[in-house]
Design a protein around this ligand. Sequence first.
Ligand code: ADP
Length: 244
Amino acid sequence: MATPLIELENIHKIYRTEDVETLAVNNVSMKVNSGEYLLITGPSGGGKSTLLSIMGLLEGASSGRYSLAGQDITSHGRSKLAEIRNRELGFVFQAFNLIDDYTVFDNVALPIRYRKEFTKKEIKKRVEKALEEVDMLHRIKHHPSQLSGGQQQRVAIARAIIGAPKIIYADEPTGNLDSRNAATIMTLLKEQHSAGVTVCVVSHDDRHLVDATQRYAMLDGSLQHSSTVDSVVSPFKENHAVMD
Ligand code: ADP
């Protein structure tokens, strides 16, 4: 069998403040193969965002092992992780997370701006291509505050794909959007998946179920495969018509 792209073993994440200890991720083990569309759903506070941040190398686990493309990265230092994150991963967030002082061009260019292999000309070409893919080329000189939420998220997707990542992590990517714009964002993620990118989405939005190839629910820090959670977490039940 092929090596999983992502392999988590017994991942725990504990947040400690002065008087409270929160077990946000409780002993999560999971394998994600290349080309999957992973969906993690479940109630608020269940640990979904924390798990996605760990998978995206945005924060470290308290314990457990993490292998990416067969390489154990558990004990990698910050700079090595940052390099992997920059080269291999793309991110989409609920709040878009664009930089207001930057133009659309500069926001999209950011992940590849400091990569030595790209000339200015190549960066420009790539930014234009990425913006074309999300139908936002006409707003290349605008600032995020001049765009609607749906447009900002399309720009965020352009930023996520500009470095040709192996994996896109999306945390509630449609959470701040109306249903029409949400549908557009889902289509764009689906297109990335069809092009071979592994897509990992955390969402309350049941419409992702149609595209997902692997489904989990997260409850109180524990991950449960969808086949075992149908009776526990209702969103899956309501979508049987779509899934069958
Ligand atoms: P979800 O994405 O499912 O809503 P989160 O991963 O955001 O869940 O949160 C899981 C738990 O961890 C919650 O109890 C939350 O309050 C806690 N938590 C998340 N981030 C932090 C943090 N930076 N410091 C302390 N507690 C946190």
